[in-house]
Design a protein around this ligand. Structure first.
Ligand code: ADP
Ligand code: MG
Length: 260
């Protein structure tokens, strides 16, 4: 697989003129797993949205490049085609497009014209992935996320990850609302892609629990819209034990949110 480098430098992002991210710097390379952790309202999902190019999130300063190319100049679909994938905290329902059709066109969008995946191969791969994720086969023929339970939506995000095989994935709270069995299935899916494709990944999570199943190489704590601390997997372990208070004390802050 090709090598990818996603480089975020001094990123400032505003929503409706309110500054949410206040200077995030982070580089993610193929094969590296980074976890972004932090309490609610600290800017985690805003970072994910800015990387993918959500129109509401305005980058006012700084840069994001993929393999040296400015992705801020790219439309959302161009970013996806270039190899960036977002697994969303709240996936949208898309009426009229089946999960299967969505997957197939997403895969083909990343391939050259004339080199589209054959229907046979697609179905075989999709059936394999549905099995591994313990997803009902009928789901593939239902409209994307429409009427899916919270857990089904999360599994569906990982189904997309497994099928699309992006270079760099941003996974936003893929653990929220999952019971322990579903969490393990989801983690197994991510780990499989990690092993097989050399995926580079930014895992956004509020709780340490997910990181018991997907071991990060690097852990970053975000507060007040900035990365305030970085370390290895042991940093996440400490959070499980001690929560976030000790970091706030270390930093001498009371309010960790972007509203501070
Ligand atoms: P986290 O994911 O860490 O919980 P978010 O990035 O979702 O935090 O939100 C950070 C702050 O930005 C919050 O105060 C939130 O209210 C605000 N915010 C995020 N998205 C929007 C939006 N679309 N419109 C208005 N405010 C938003
Ligand atoms: Mg969030």
């Amino acid at each position: 697989m090709a090598d990818y480098t996603l480089e975020i430098k001094d990123l400032h992002v505003s929503i409706e003129d309110k500054e949410i991210l206040k200077g995030v710097t982070l580089t993610i390379k193929s094969g590296e797993f980074h976890a972004i952790m932090g309490p609610n309202g600290t800017g985690k999902s805003t970072l994910a949205a800015a990387i993918m190019g959500h129109p509401k999130y305005e980058v006012t300063k700084g840069s994001i490049t993929l393999n040296g190319e400015d992705i801020l100049e790219m439309e959302v679909d161009e970013r996806a085609r270039a190899g960036v994938f977002l697994g969303m905290q709240y996936p949208s329902e898309i009426s009229g497009v089946t999960t299967s059709d969505f997957l197939r066109s997403s895969i083909n969008a990343r391939r050259e014209e004339g080199d589209e995946i054959s229907l046979m191969k697609f179905i075989k791969e999709m059936d394999g992935a549905l099995d591994e994720l313990d997803i009902d086969k009928n789901m593939a023929q239902r409209y994307l996320n429409e009427g899916f339970s919270g857990g089904e939506k999360k599994r569906n995000e990982i189904l997309q990850l497994m099928m699309i095989q992006p270079g760099i994935a941003i996974l936003d709270e893929i653990d929220s609302g999952l019971d322990i069995d579903a969490l393990k299935i989801v983690a197994d899916g991510v780990n499989k892609v990690r092993e097989e494709t050399g995926l580079g990944c930014l895992i956004i999570t509020h709780y340490q629990r997910l990181l018991n199943y997907i071991t990060p190489d690097h852990v970053h704590i975000i507060m007040q819209g900035k990365i305030v601390k970085s370390g290895g997997a042991d940093l996440a372990k400490r959070l499980e034990k001690d929560g976030y208070e000790w970091i706030k004390e270390e930093l001498g802050i009371e309010d960790e949110t972007v509203n501070a």
